[in-house]
Ligand binder design. Structure first.
Ligand code: NAI
Length: 568
């Protein structure tokens, strides 16, 4: 029997033989688009229906099949199956329908896919690194499907979106997220690696499910947990020293310590902490530009002082310092509120990260208080001239009409971002905010809201979605060769995102770019991030034009490769 191998220049795809083996290789399979010449050379004659399709024709047919599915989870399963069969067609379909399909492969539908992971599992993708195999992690990593890896997304499945502990099913998130690294950032699909650290689950529903595929054990915690994570990181450093390692959906007790421990040791970032902050900052910077003022002059009320609230405040504070404010001056501009009211210096319950934002107690001693003695949101808004109000509290309706009207009475263009997810936890609806401020509010939300009609205008509401940042970060690291992910690089990403705000040109447009433009914006962000990395000597020195060229070359677009015949 003749054997052929195919290889593709510039990629790390495996050389594969012919026939069924080729059709079963998702990175190389072209399905009905194999030409007659390829069919005869590669042992495919008879294995495919006779009509040869173009990629365009395949995309139309695949979309028809997608449309026949009745439920979102079915659509997700269909797309995942396509991804496992023919990656080029999968990405081409996603690109053609980016607004329609992003929510299906990623949030919110991926949440259901994680809950149902064991029931919809079909084919292997990524790595399961389970606690009982902790002594073999280097070997597990060496079993990865492709040797060259640009980006790893890793989760331990403990805090998946808003649905909590999903154990091994959490792998759905790195899979979905890496699809967007490719779709938007253009990271080559075969150079991405989703990983779940399966340290058990405390989700009884999962444990009791006879079909649960993860390690049936309660979660490992404490020092053994951190030791396990360390074994993993050391193995990655050794096996894949130039790979970006992105942490995803870890619980807040683990996320920050892990990030602090490793951020200066390898290329790594935590998207929940840094990506969220960067995208919210980008939207605030865009909004501030629309008002014609600068960030350093804002009075910011942060409602919610959890990991998201403090992360966003930290990003804003860093940007204010970048505009010339001292640390002390920047801190004074924040009014941070949690369930026990305004953070002030006499409160004994604050974490070190929160204490940074404590206002001097004597300054607020005479302020009005709620019945339980706390200084609440209405009290703060009544006392200061707030220009920015951000909600990351999960308290539905907390931005009441009277609070919003009070704020809007003192500022021409109030910037109001109810960022809590999902929609039923939003601090206000976009429509109410626009109405209560007579159309003056600059609004971005956490969950999607339909455009709002007001005074004959149709105002598009930006959704602060991390997909504006993380794929661009991946592209930046690949193209620039940066060795670390610094706060300054995150800030550069936010600034570029803010500078691309459509509302700067059209007052009714969204504060953030449409998804149809997000690949272009990702390339711009990648250039800015790469240049910033060079400033701190975290990346090799390149001219801006060289970097631009590298970014352009690195951003993969789905198209069938030419399958060259090489020696058997
Ligand atoms: P968390 O539980 O760590 O923090 C919640 C904070 O809200 C705490 O400081 C808590 O004291 C405060 N809070 C709760 N009830 C309150 C009340 N009645 N009055 C005042 N403060 C109150 O949660 P985390 O992780 O910070 O997330 C918060 C929200 O942000 C969630 O809805 C999450 O979905 C959303 N989020 C949105 C993102 C986006 O990009 N849009 C990104 C990350 C989180």
């Amino acid at each position: 029997m003749t054997t052929h191998r195919v290889s593709i220049r510039g990629s790390s795809l495996p050389d594969v033989r012919h026939g069924m083996q080729l059709l079963n290789t998702q990175a190389l399979n072209k399905g009905t688009a194999f030409t007659n010449d390829e069919r005869s050379r590669l042992g495919l004659l008879g294995l495919l229906p006779p009509h040869v399709e173009t990629l365009d024709e395949q995309a139309v047919r695949a979309y028809e099949a997608y449309k026949r599915k009745d439920e979102d989870l079915e659509r997700h399963i269909y797309l995942r199956a396509l991804q496992d069969t023919n990656e080029v067609l999968f990405y081409r379909l996603l690109l053609d329908h980016i607004e329609e399909m992003t929510p299906i492969v990623y949030t919110p539908v991926v949440a259901q896919a994680c809950q149902q992971f064991s029931h919809i599992y079909r084919r292997p993708r990524g790595l399961f690194i389970s606690y009982p195999l902790r002594d073999s992690i280097p070997e597990l990593l060496r079993n990865r499907p492709n040797s060259e890896v640009d980006v790893i997304v890793v989760t331990d499945g403990e805090r998946i979106l808003g649905i909590g502990d999903q154990g091994a099913g959490g792998l759905g998130i790195p899979i979905g997220k890496l699809s967007l690294y490719t779709l938007i950032g253009g990271i080559r699909p075969e150079r991405t690696l989703p990983i779940v650290l399966d340290v058990g689950t405390n989700n009884q529903e999962r444990i009791n499910d006879p079909e649960y595929l993860g390690w049936r054990h309660e979660r490992i915690g404490g020092q053994p947990y951190f030791d396990f994570v360390d074994l993993f990181v050391q193995a990655v450093k050794k096996e894949l020293p130039d790979t970006l390692l992105q942490w995803e959906d870890f619980s807040s007790t683990h996320a920050r310590p892990i990030l602090q421990r490793y951020r200066d040791k390898l290329q790594t970032f935590n998207d929940d902490i840094q990506g969220t902050a960067s995208v919210a900052l980008g939207a605030v910077l865009g909004a501030v530009k629309v008002t014609g003022k600068s960030l350093r002059d804002q009075q910011i009320v942060m409602f919610g002082a959890g990991s998201a609230g403090i992360g966003v405040a930290d990003g804003l504070r860093g940007a204010m310092k970048g505009e010339g404010l001292s640390e002390a001056e920047a801190c004074k501009r924040f009014w941070v509120i949690d369930r026990d009211g305004l953070l002030h210096s006499e409160r004994k319950d604050l974490t070190p990260e929160q204490s940074v934002y404590a206002q001097p107690a004597d300054q607020v001693a005479s302020w009005p208080r709620t019945g339980n003695g706390h200084i609440g949101l209405a009290d703060v808004i009544g006392k200061i001239n707030a220009t920015v109000l951000i909600g990351l509290s999960t308290v539905r309706g907390a931005f009441s009409e009277s609070i919003v009207r009070d704020m809007a009475g003192k500022v021409q263009r109030p910037i109001i971002f109810p960022l809590s997810n999902p929609t039923d936890k939003s601090e206000a609806t976009a429509e109410d905010l626009i109405r209560w401020t007579e159309g003056r509010a600059l609004v971005a939300s956490g969950s999607p809201f339909a455009p709002v009609s007001y005074g004959g205008r149709k105002i598009t509401i930006a959704q602060c979605n991390n997909i504006y940042i993380f794929p661009a970060m991946g592209l930046a690291l690949v193209a620039s060769g940066a060795r670390r992910v610094s706060d300054a690089m995150m800030l550069a990403a936010a600034r570029t995102l803010g500078g691309n705000s459509p509302s700067l040109k059209d007052p009714t447009a969204s504060l953030l770019p449409p998804l149809t433009d997000v690949r272009r914006v990702a390339a711009e962000i990648a250039v800015a991030v790469g240049l910033e990395a060079q400033k701190d000597h975290l990346a090799p020195q390149l001219s801006e034009s060289e970097l631009r060229r590298k970014v352009k070359d690195a951003q993969w677009t789905p198209a069938y490769p030419s399958l060259a015949k090489v020696k058997a």
